[in-house]
Write a protein that binds this ligand. Structure first.
Ligand code: ANZ
Length: 802
């Protein structure tokens, strides 16, 4: 008899599946609903470890499960191939980013094949392929036409090491997300997408989505909606007024000074009137050097300078107030000016203490001489005294608005998305600059604007891209007048490429459109999206923005791209630390596959813990799974005659209970508990293997098929089946068969019947003893007696000897 040799059977089946195009997804399949199942496409990093596998494997199990449940499942794969990391790695190794990327894609294709996934390879997309980025450029042009793409001089995050600007989302704690180097501020002309136009939609459409709550919360916080009032403080000596944005109009009577951002335009206008201009100017220059993060840092001392000679008037009580500039007030949030209420705002409190400014309590509830940021009844607030702060905010706002001194205002923290990068390895921005006609779009028929194959792709470190060095690329004709013009040499942030790839998968070879309308209708939106929680803000927000913008332009007809979202957990090294080459704790999936087979690796990754949690890779854990698959294999060595009577009954019960459990678990991506119940089933069947019903064994294989597709297929054919197990229907459990049989359990004390209770048939000694000793009657009989022995007769009785 053959023993289990995964290396042999896995290669064999992978070849057959591919030859038969088993996983080719038709646009429509008779009697089947379409189901778009998407796993975040990988970045071709070249060093895949088992952590990456975890993502794909979990996704593949679910896709296979949905297929067997009768869905026409689209489960595509592709590569997010442009971007800084490819370029940085290529620079480090001295090879061209294109070569490096192609090499890695080749390697990853092999790895993904060895997983035994249901990928439809004919739909593969690579974002650095001109046939793909041609449509990325086309979408850019549609955005430009719609006013959603524009160029502006903006303060940028500039990474000193990557030598490019970064989006706000790519700066983590003041450092570059990719290389952890310091990020500084620079003012540069950049291309931006107007994501802020969609701030409200991006916020309100989150609620109905079936996404992890924490992810929704992070997006909400990132968008950062603030509702408040914009209040006018007049500067009587200058016939002008300064608007401030506040969420706490209820504290207006406690305002003791005004603070402007150092860059506030009013400051420059007042220049000649400011008595201490030299000081003020110094502070402005200092502020320019600081990053936004430094400026808002909680721990830093709040410094500022008074604008001597300038006074503002509080509109609620006409009190005259000093005016300061301070860098903790940011120019590009709200109006760039705040009314300071030191009694009820911590930052203002610190500033007031430092500058010896008055503090006036206007909300009751705090402790004397401490800042109180909570709610309470108003004090010292004229006609509003005594009113609860939550209500007073509205009343004061409305009162001022009647006098023309305030208006209701909503602000968002979200900024426009800065998409241009001064790097080589990205999509060229399809714009041309003509001295006479300004910025002009490249004609759609001339797309793609090809990324030239240049040798010197190294970043320049100035504020232009390496493409600027290629005259052949740069010099072109103006689409308007045909005169000499220059191409834009910046490339797009890679997040632009991944903001729409889910649309392309439905029609990846279309040369006329990014995807045909009927195909979009047939598949989208995505039914389930699986990927890492590290993409909660960037990618997921951008993809939602693209969908909304394309919907508004009429290119798609749904507002949200991903109806259901699940994150997989992170797989740690055997030492419990994050898996990384530098730590030397990387587990290579290829090696594991060689040793134990892909099915064991798949199942172990699913078994390690709840899918959304991950955990450390345990080398003996995979051995356990390998042994389990060997036991499954052995079950099929002696295909038995039909079992009979009571045993058959029992076997059916546990089988149907397992079907029920595995179905419910896989649906919730709880693969680990699904596998546990399969283990219990296999244990039971191993004991009776000679009597097992072949039907039971077939069902076991069906349940195993999504998790361990190769061994399931092999054993399926060994049972004499002619069609792939992966085209079979998922088993249904029969509730009446799954139901536990009840028996009446007898309790004897010293051989005499004292109590009875109902219990599940097959109840264990431990459980029966536990239930017996919990019974009131039994407790009474045993009062003051010492238990000498407990005799257990399965399915019949317990006898307690005292
Ligand atoms: C007076 C006040 C009193 C405030 C009080 C708060 C508490 P969120 O919720 O984050 O939107 N603010 C407004 N514009 C600012 C800017 N450009 N830079 C720094 N701070 C700014 O915060 C809104 C509050 O942040 C506003 O409400 C304002 O301070 C401050 F007891 O106004 B508040």
């Amino acid at each position: 008899m053959d023993s289990y040799r995964p290396q042999k059977i896995e290669k064999k089946w992978q070849k057959i599946w591919e030859e038969k195009q088993l996983y080719k997804t038709p646009e429509q399949a008779r009697g089947k609903d379409n189901f778009y199942h998407l796993v975040m496409f990988p970045y071709p990093s070249g060093d895949l470890h088992v952590g990456h596998w975890h993502n794909f494997v979990g996704g593949d199990v679910y896709a296979r499960f949905k297929r067997m449940q009768g869905k026409n499942v689209l489960s595509p794969v592709g590569f997010d191939a442009f971007g800084l990391p490819a370029e940085n790695a290529a620079i480090k190794r001295g090879i061209h980013p294109k070569t490096w990327t192609q090499r890695n894609i080749g390697k990853m294709r092999e790895q993904l094949r060895s997983i035994g996934g249901v990928y439809d390879w004919q739909r593969e997309i690579i974002t650095s392929d001109p046939q793909y980025y041609r449509w990325t450029q086309w979408i850019f042009l549609q955005f430009y036409k719609a006013g959603l793409a524009y160029k502006a001089k903006v303060p940028c995050n500039f990474c000193l090491s990557c030598k490019t600007v970064l989006a706000n989302e790519q700066v983590i704690d003041g450092q570059c997300e990719r290389c952890q180097s310091q990020v500084v501020q620079k003012e540069i002309e950049q291309w931006l997408f107007k994501i802020t136009d969609y701030a409200e939609d991006l916020l309100k459409d989150l609620d109905p989505l079936d996404w992890p709550e924490t992810t929704k919360m992070m997006q909400k916080n990132w968008i950062g909606k603030s509702v408040g009032w914009q209040v006018q403080f007049s500067l009587p000596d200058f016939q002008m007024s300064v608007p401030v944005f506040t969420t706490r109009a209820d504290t207006l009577f406690g305002c003791t000074y005004i603070v402007l951002a150092p860059e506030h335009p009013v400051v420059a206008k007042l220049k000649s009137k400011i008595k201490n201009w030299r000081f003020v100017q110094n502070h402005i220059e200092e502020a320019k050097k600081k990053t936004e993060r430094d400026r808002v840092s909680q721990t830093r001392e709040k410094t500022g300078v008074e604008l001597r000679g300038v006074k503002a008037i509080n509109p609620v009580n006409n009190r005259e107030l000093p005016v300061f500039i301070a860098d903790y007030v940011l120019m590009h949030y709200g109006t760039g000016a705040v009314m300071a209420v030191p009694a009820h705002d911590k930052r203002d409190w610190e500033f007031a203490k430092r500058h010896n400014l008055p503090v006036i309590d206007v909300i009751s509830g705090g402790k004397a001489s401490q800042v109180y940021e909570g709610e309470g009844a108003l004090v010292g607030s004229g006609r509003f005294t005594g009113i609860k702060s939550e209500i007073a905010r509205e009343r004061i706002g409305e009162w001022l608005s009647k006098k023309g001194k305030a208006e209701r205002k909503v602000y968002y923290r979200l900024r426009d998305w800065l998409i241009s990068r001064q790097r080589y390895w990205g999509v060229p921005i399809p714009m041309v600059f003509c001295q006479k006609h300004g910025w002009q779009s490249v004609a759609e028929k001339n797309l793609p604007v090809l990324l030239p194959d240049i040798e010197s792709f190294l970043p320049t470190g100035r504020c232009d891209s390496p493409l600027a060095k290629s005259r052949k690329f740069v010099e072109t004709a103006c689409p308007q007048c045909g005169g000499p013009a220059r191409r834009e040499t910046d490339t797009m942030d890679t997040f632009v490429c991944s903001s729409w790839y889910f649309l392309r998968y439905v029609d990846p070879r279309n040369e006329k459109k990014f995807a045909a309308e009927d195909k979009i209708k047939a598949w989208l939106p995505v039914d389930i999206y699986i990927g890492g929680a590290e993409h909660t803000v960037l990618h997921l927000l951008y993809a939602r923005f693209f969908t909304k913008a394309l919907k508004k332009m009429g290119w798609v007809d749904f507002p949200e791209p991903f109806l259901r979202l699940r994150h997989q957990g992170i797989i740690l090294g055997p030492d419990g630390q994050k898996m990384s080459k530098s730590r030397g704790n990387v587990v290579d999936p290829d090696e594991q596959v060689k040793k134990y087979g892909a099915d064991s690796v798949r199942m172990y990754l699913c078994f390690m813990g709840p899918y959304n949690q991950g955990g450390p890779w345990n080398p003996s854990g995979i051995v356990g799974i390998y042994r389990f698959l060997n036991r499954v294999w052995d079950l099929f060595r002696n295909i038995p005659a039909k079992s009979q009577g009571e045993d058959l009954q029992k076997e059916k019960r546990i089988l149907h209970q397992t079907i029920k459990k595995v179905t419910a678990d896989i649906e919730k991506l709880r693969f680990n508990t699904a596998i546990s119940s399969l283990m219990v089933l296999v244990n039971k069947l191993s004991v009776n293997s000679r009597q097992s019903d072949p039907k039971t064994l077939k069902t076991l294989l069906l349940l195993l098929a999504p998790l361990a597709p190769h061994i399931a297929e092999e054993l399926w054919f060994q049972l004499g089946e002619k069609n792939s197990i992966h085209c079979q229907k998922w088993p249904q459990h029969d509730p009446s068969l799954a139901k536990e049989d009840k028996i009446q359990f007898i309790v004897q004390i010293n051989g005499r019947v004292r109590d009875r209770f109902d219990a599940a048939s097959g109840i264990s000694r431990e459980k029966a003893t536990e239930l017996t000793f919990e019974r009131k009657k039994v407790k009474n009989w045993l009062l003051g007696k010492a238990v000498k022995k407990v005799v257990f007769v399965p399915n019949k009785l317990i006898n307690i000897v005292v």
